[in-house]
Design a protein around this ligand. Sequence first.
Ligand code: SF4
Ligand code: SF4
Length: 461
Amino acid sequence: MPNSQYIHHFSSPHTQDVALYHSLSMDIVYCNPTLDPATLPINDSKESIIQTNIQPEITVMYLLLTNNCNLRCRYCTVQYNLNDASIKVMDTTTIKKSIQLFKELVPSGKKASITFFGGEPTLNPNGLQAALMEISHTFTPDEIQVFMVSNGTAITEKIIDMLVQYNVFPIISIDGWQEIHDQMRVYDNDTGSYQDAIAGYNRLKDKGLNVGISTLVGKHNCEYLPEITSFFIQELKAFNLGMSLPHIKPEAADVSIELLTPELISSWEIARDNNFYIMQIGKRFNALAKQKPILRSCPGSKGWSMIRILPDGTITLCENMGLKNKAVLGNVNNSLPGMISPTPFDVINHPEIIDWNKRYPYNMNDCLTCSAISICGGGCPYDAFLKTGSIHNPEQRSCYLSRHLLEWAIWDIYKRVDMSQGFAVPTKEQRQGILPKELPYFMENKGNYSGKGIYHGKHIS
Ligand code: SF4
Ligand code: SF4
């Protein structure tokens, strides 16, 4: 066994055995510590896995149909980054131009996704309708998957009919049962929004839609996360779950990652055993199980793949940075002073995209000796920027979480191997035991038309 910075040693919490893990190839060998390491089947020949020439490839667009919202969630980054003077609703011209620009950006044969986002997208029902019609005229059903992230409180029958007609996958933000949800997700007058959110959620379910839940994990729900996961599975019968860390600012839901991590792991165990998928944890474990590294937390692809369009037509790489006029590529309307309306060529070659495209752990010096380099994605670039002044640094909470998830997974796989020979290399099936038996259909997508779609949760750090 070579002496390599990419080979990491883990000690079993319950036996004398150790695990050797190659952070690039993601090979694992379990062994009895008395064994001569030179005899173990792990090698260091896969350093070439580190890829340096990855090109941006846009396949994901978020349309912020409005930055207005009827709630005042205490941790909301959009409200935090927005000043009240700039509340806007996306008009039909902006919607059509955005969809046409996106169509030209998506490489031929690649599956694309559009997510309606906000603010609260349902506060712009006319925009939603115009967007859905434009998408249906521009893409075939095989080419596109459409999502909507909503707080659930303003979902009318008309909106539900649109979602059903155009096969939109809704994701409703719910942070737990009422006492928990209502601590953070409140109206202007401080009253909780749970009853209205659940009413909207149930109306969607009653119409036969699959509905995902997006949960922000923070100080209000941290200690109940496993129970909340069970609640979502058993009582709300959610299709899947996104669990996002709060952003660094505002600090309303701030909680230490040391407290959160074991709760997230316990939540995953419950989810896995109930064949239920938690996106942010699952994407890391999916990478480990299949030995397919993930390069980015946001968006979760190889080359940079996402644009976000603000209600005024501003094209940005992150809505929070875009609201502060950072990471901006131009404007689809060519209407703002100093802004140009870029061609697809301008977008894909924009210096901001080139810069963000370089942000992945293989390009971060601090990451090369990290065990989690192939499963973490580097965390949210915006949070890294807030914390360190640059997107090109790791986001430390993601580091802590990723390393602990890795260690948990290594010892979970170990439970399924046969150590009778003093060492074991896990099979593909044994590795896949860390995942639910069936993955959501969008996880099987290979980036082309073979699957039904791809998915991006509200925040995917
Ligand atoms: S995850 Fe982070 S970088 Fe990505 S859009 Fe959200 S705030 Fe921006
Ligand atoms: S971002 Fe953190 S966890 Fe990820 S590879 Fe870098 S150091 Fe490791």
